[in-house]
Design a protein around this ligand. Structure first.
Ligand code: GAR
Length: 213
């Protein structure tokens, strides 16, 4: 558990579907593993199952369909306005299947996280678990990273490796990666919100600067 005197950071979680990573973040906040609370869940799809779950938990939710905006910037502008309105300080992409515009990335510069189901930089993009399985890698996993303007690209915060078993198909591999995703997201948030860290190029260094040689 973190030091209780720490102020809780307000998180905004963006989803497009199931929302299991969102649930894992909410659970980690409730277990007080991370000094944060989910202040808003945003979905670009009204039918996202995770949205209903969040509503049932009493978490504020908003649907902002990208189809109702002429441009990516227009949609992102509405999302950023909603996040700011809820006092959101950090943004967690959790199965949010939209590329963020430069405007969005700059609005929350260095405070947007994404989770991706492969060991980046291998297999960015859609259906990463199937890509890895088809390629024949023996180890895959997941990556939590800071978001920049490129797809599945920013500085890496946490990675977890998952072996690919002989008997695996894309679905069984994805299921084992997902278990690790849920732990990795909470770990990344805990470290970023409770430890000193800095960026050197695209490398995230944890620990106080003066403690390093
Ligand atoms: C997760 O596997 C996440 O890593 C992936 O979508 C899934 C969402 O599941 N994200 C990406 O592929 C982003 N490039 P969830 O809705 O149950 O969290």
């Amino acid at each position: 558990m973190y030091n209780r005197s720490m102020a809780k950071t307000k998180l905004g979680v963006l989803i497009s579907g199931r929302g299991s990573n969102m649930k894992a973040i909410v659970a980690a906040c409730q277990r007080e593993e991370i000094p944060a609370e989910v202040a808003l869940v945003v979905s670009n799809r009204a039918s996202a199952p995770g949205l209903a779950w969040a509503g049932e938990q009493g978490i504020p939710t908003v649907v902002l369909s990208h189809r109702e905006y002429a441009t990516r910037e227009g949609h992102d502008g509405a999302v950023v306005t909603a996040l700011r309105g809820a006092g959101v300080e950090w943004v967690c992409l959790a199965g949010y299947m939209r590329l963020l515009s430069a405007y969005f990335v700059e609005s929350y510069a260095g405070r947007i996280l994404n989770i991706h189901p492969s060991l980046l930089p291998s297999f960015p993009g859609l259906d990463a678990q199937r890509q890895a399985w088809k390629y024949g890698v023996k180890v895959s996993g997941c990556t939590v990273h800071l978001v920049d303007a490129e797809l599945d690209h920013g500085p890496i915060v946490v990675q977890r490796a998952v072996p690919v078993l002989e008997a695996d198909d894309p679905e069984t591999l994805a299921a084992r990666i997902l278990e690790q995703e849920h732990q990795a997201y909470a770990e990344a948030l805990r470290r970023l919100l409770t430890e000193p860290w800095s960026l050197e190029g695209r490398r995230i260094r944890f620990g106080a600067l003066e403690a390093r040689t």
